[in-house]
Design a protein around this ligand. Sequence first.
Ligand code: NAD
Length: 351
Amino acid sequence: MKKINVGIVGIGSFAKPLVEGVSFYTKNPEETTGLLHSKIGHYKVSDINFVCAFDVDERKVGKKLHEAIFAVANITREITKPLEYEAVVFRGPTLDGVIKEMKDDFVHESKDESVDVAKILKENRTDVLINLVPSGSDEASRFYAQEALKAGCSFVNCVPSPLATVAELREEFEEKGLVLLGDDIKSQLGATMLNRFLLQLLKIRGIRITKTHQENKGGNADHFNLKYRFEQKEKSKSGTLQKFLDKDDAVPTVAFTYTGEPSGHKLVNITIEGEIFGRTPIFITSVIEDEISINGAGTASDAIRMAQFLVDTKQQKKAQWACPFLFKTPPEHMTDTEAAEAFDKLLDSAA
Ligand SMILES: NC(=O)c1ccc[n+]([C@@H]2O[C@H](COP(=O)([O-])OP(=O)(O)OC[C@H]3O[C@@H](n4cnc5c(N)ncnc54)[C@H](O)[C@@H]3O)[C@@H](O)[C@H]2O)c1
């Protein structure tokens, strides 16, 4: 049976559990615990095959993917020893991928020339390219999406840079029989989803919201990057919360704190204040703690399989209906329940 040949851009903390997680479900074929979908069409997680990768860090470039994921400054709890994939990490162009504050510490930029990305994608028969460059890398994200188009690969945009939300770009992929899914991957169960559910509950119960604040604390490279490039992430997170609120509700606020202690652990405090009967105050506080990159990689394993499934079943034009389940800023906004139904409908329509 056909495997999905996958290329990864950005071999950071997110790529590590993606490779380890795919290895885990491949080594344990009967295991389905922890998966959003054990099958998408006929694709299991074990049908994901990593064929090439791109990064700019000299500690990653030139290595095999399953070795490069252990380079500093990647940090995530280990799921399993990864399988030995053929994929090699090639030197991609840096563009706006690395801010000056990250150089020499989080990223040691390689002095190698960058490769012809589209050529490498083609040579390795890549079906799907997944984008995991740092938040705020708009130019790099657009570049890799264009290379995917040239090479005939679908593209999964896990970062907040606007790509899938640009209708013309989505159509360019569709016209070539490919799909573009994005933007900004949701965690399997993350703070934004929990916050959304709480807000929806308050609105169902007729409560006016006077404050909603999400404080995200983490210690990985992306959290350091967010100190300087938080605008898109903040917009993506608060935008998705705002969809459920009325005009007279408070605008959601989101903040990011880099703890300075290297860790894949993330802690989020959610504070919601509202007014019930007689304008009487009500307060809700909740805390969610997770291993952030693993939480994202779970959803990415569905996004990769959905991208290929839509191509196989010639449903490219319906790609936007798959996005709300998988991404924080999809082309069309839906509640989480509607998003899950739309996703399953796509799967059923081809059954
Ligand atoms: N749950 C999650 O972890 C989650 C959820 C949503 C979105 N994301 C997004 O995923 C992305 C990756 O997160 P991460 O934790 O792996 O970040 P990271 O900083 O650990 O890794 C980014 C990698 O990209 C590389 N890179 C930089 N510029 C590049 C370029 N031009 N070409 C190729 N590689 C380049 C860096 O060297 C680094 O290895 C971020 O944009 C983040 O916002 C993560």
